[in-house]
Each structure stands twice: as structure tokens, then as C-alpha cells.
Design a binder for this molecule. Structure first.
Ligand code: HGY
Ligand code: MN
Ligand code: MN
Length: 398
């Protein structure tokens, strides 16, 4: 099987044309947007041209099937609200190229997948979460995005494309190639990362409701100001979490919606996202308790009310030892002495797949450690090297 790096890079650039935006090689391709669905239809066409059987499942996960009991290779093609051209797209197009090259060589059977809503417009890695059975379709359908659109409404836009969920045992394992999205490889001489394990994540929506009022006439001591409450929460949170976290633990308030968001109005309500990540389940649990207790405390002190939505999450997972070994051997052959074993601080569809089949992941460097931003990028030599390492592992496993 001979993978074609030029064809792979050309397809990667063409995929970027769906939702190309912003500076550098930026992309805006939110799950179920017109650009996302158009990209999936283009991908489906490429899969068909390669001799793969095209299948969309009920949530819009797109498969190019290369035979019974095949290795599944892929990632996701939706993006963050401001995303780069490689996050997810790289793994999908690598899977396409390897499945295409395998077809041309008469084997082994390789299938490719582009999961839907990995970037969590609705849930957390929603498409693979539902397919793996961790999240029911009914639960997923009831999730809403930050504008109040439900997943059921969003996926209705793909209703004429989709079929049934595929059985997991069609596939012998899942391999995902991805950009690192952090600085470790870029700051070293290593060109390839073989992933050992993926962190766990917890994510929830919190609202503080106070009293909307006039910003000129309401004395400070009589205010129930939702923004002041969030500000106090955030400051106290950093202090309280410091008692339980490690240097690799992270937490983020990434989305804030303030109501009515006007300069002359004391804000009556704030809704925000609260996310935390760690490799240890007990620490994730402890952090959740601190967050929820503190939220109730700060509103009680200020006369507001807190609404805590259910906590969603994906567990920390180790990668499969045999698949990791195949990637490591292929990395050593293609880049002798220039690869390392490393954990993933970013979440991936591989986490969900690990609950239903053997899984492993491969990283290539991210220039400057930048991702989830328009200027995310990777040297094309590293992209091609990653493809070669992945293809070598697929061949060895077959
Ligand atoms: O947030 C994550 O780690 C992933 O990129 N969705
Ligand atoms: Mn990704
Ligand atoms: Mn991402």
C-alpha cells in the first residue's frame, strides 16, 4: 500500500475551503452548519470515488466503509466557532488517504470516519459519544447550544442523508491522527507523539440570577449583580481549586452570556460554561464538589440564585497497548529517535471509541502550540510524516 502525500495534502486544503475564514488558514465549520454539511457531502463523494461504501448514521457521523472487520481510521470535520484547518480534518483526510491507498493495493480493508460535533456545540464529543452508547440519542437530542437550538433541531438538517447506527464489531480497532494542540513536540526535536492516555473532562452550564435594575440609581449595597457574582466566584474558585489540583489540571470559563448586556443596566442574569480536565477521576469529582459548593455559597452571600445544569463528562482513558506498540514501531522506522510517548490534554473521539474497541492515537507538532484559533498550523513535512507513520501502523496491524 502506497499512500500519496501530495494527494493527501491537496484534499486537506480542499476540505478547508468549506468554511474557510479569518486570518491564516482559519475555518468556521460548526457541527450541522451549512459549511459542515457541505463538507460532509464533499467527503462522502471522495469516499465513493475511492471505492468505499458511504454511510451516515443518525447523528451525522460519516463512514467510508472499506470492507467487513476493517481498521477504522479518522477523526472529526466540524470545528470550533473559530477553528484551524487541521483540528479533526487532519485525521479524517489521513484516514481517507490510507483507505484509498489500501483499496488501490487490493487490501487490507480500511474504513474512514468523520465524527459529528466533536467540538461540542451540543455535548462533549457528541457524535462518537452517542455511537459508543455512552450518551443516548434521546439525551443528546435534548441538549441545546448557546443560542438555545436543540440537537434534535440541528440534526434534522441532515435527515435526508442518514441511515442506521453501525455495529461496532464491523471494526477491529480505531486509529486517530491529530495535531498535538500544545507546545511539547514543537519545543523539542521530536516530530511524532504516540499517545499513552487521554485526560478526562467535566463540563456544565451554570446560571446566577439576581435583580436587573438601573445602573445609575441602584446603590451598590442594594444590588444583586450577576456579573459581580460571577467575578467573585471565579476569584474564589482559583483559590479553592489550588488545594486539590496538580500542574497539569486545567479549568476554564470559556463562554459567558450576560443579560441584558447593556452598559446602563445592573446585569440580572449570567449563564456561563464551567469546564475542568484531569487524568484522575477522583480529582475530577473533588473539583466538581468544590465548584458546586462555591457556586451555592457566592449566590447565598449576595442574595442571588444559582441554577446548576447536569455535569457532562468523558472519563480518562489509556490507549490500547498493542496499537500503541504498532504506532511506536512505525514511528521509530520513519523518524528514528525523533518520537515520544505522551499523554493528551485535549479530548478526542478516541476516548469514546476506547469504550467499544481497541484504540490508539498519533500526534504531530502544532506550531507555537496554538489550536482552537484561526492561526493553528503544522509544517506540511510533519503532516506527511504523520501520514507515513499511521499508514505503516495500519499495514503492520493488518
Ligand atoms: O476540547 C477538546 O479537547 C476537543 O478539541 N474538542
Ligand atoms: Mn480535534
Ligand atoms: Mn478541537
Amino acid at each position: 500500500m502506497n499512500v500519496n502525500a501530495e494527494r493527501f495534502l491537496a484534499d486537506l486544503h480542499e476540505l478547508r475551503s468549506f468554511g474557510a475564514s479569518g486570518i491564516g488558514k482559519g475555518v468556521v465549520r460548526r457541527a450541522y452548519s451549512d459549511a459542515d454539511i457541505a463538507a460532509r457531502q464533499w467527503l462522502a463523494g471522495r469516499m465513493a470515488e475511492a471505492g468505499l461504501d458511504v454511510h451516515f448514521d443518525p447523528v451525522g457521523n460519516l463512514f467510508g466503509l472499506g470492507g467487513e472487520r476493517s481498521v477504522l481510521v479518522g477523526s472529526h470535520s466540524d470545528s470550533q466557532p473559530e477553528g484551524g484547518w487541521l483540528d479533526g480534518a487532519l485525521g479524517v483526510i489521513a484516514g481517507l488517504e490510507i483507505a484509498r491507498a489500501a483499496k488501490e493495493a487490493g487490501g487490507p480493508p480500511v474504513s474512514v470516519v468523520s465524527f459529528q460535533d466533536e467540538e461540542g456545540r451540543f455535548g462533549v464529543t457528541t457524535g462518537s459519544d452517542v455511537w459508543s452508547g455512552n450518551l443516548s440519542l434521546a439525551q443528546a437530542d435534548s441538549l441545546t447550544d448557546d443560542d438555545g437550538v436543540s440537537m434534535a433541531q440541528a440534526r434534522d438538517k441532515m435527515a435526508d442523508l442518514v441511515g442506521e447506527f453501525l455495529p461496532h464489531d464491523r471494526f477491529s480497532g480505531f486509529l486517530e491522527m491529530h495535531i498535538e494542540q500544545g507546545p511539547s513536540l514543537d519545543q523539542s526535536d521530536d516530530r511524532i507523539g504516540v499517545v499513552s492516555d487521554i485526560v478526562g473532562i467535566r463540563d456544565m452550564r451554570i446560571s446566577f440570577s439576581g435583580r436587573q435594575n438601573h445602573a445609575g440609581t441602584t446603590p451598590m449595597h442594594l444590588r444583586q449583580d450577576a456579573f459581580q457574582c460571577l467575578s467573585a466566584f471565579n476569584t474564589a474558585l482559583n483559590t479553592r481549586l489550588a488545594e486539590v489540583v496538580t500542574p497539569s489540571t486545567v479549568w476554564t470559563i470559556g463562554h459567558v452570556s450576560l443579560h441584558p448586556n447593556a452598559s446602563s443596566v445592573v446585569p440580572g442574569k449570567v449563564t456561563f460554561s464551567m469546564q475542568w480536565r484531569d487524568r484522575d477521576v477522583a480529582r475530577l469529582q473533588k473539583m466538581g464538589e468544590i465548584i458546586q459548593t462555591l457556586a451555592r455559597e457566592v449566590v447565598a452571600e449576595r442574595g442571588l440564585e444559582a441554577t446548576l445544569d447536569p455535569v457532562m463528562g468523558i472519563e480518562p482513558v489509556p490507549m490500547n497497548a498493542d496499537l500503541q506498540a504498532a504506532l511506536a514501531a512505525s514511528a521509530e522506522a520513519a523518524a528514528p529517535g525523533q518520537w515520544r510517548t505522551m499523554p493528551s490534554g485535549a479530548l478526542h473521539d478516541a476516548s469514546n471509541m476506547a469504550t467499544v474497541m481497541p484504540v490508539a492515537m498519533l500526534f504531530v507538532p502544532s506550531i507555537g502550540g496554538i489550536s482552537h484559533a484561526f492561526d493553528e498550523d503544522t509544517d506540511e513535512t510533519d503532516l506527511a510524516l504523520g501520514l507515513q507513520v499511521l499508514a505503516g501502523a495500519v499495514q503492520a496491524l493488518a
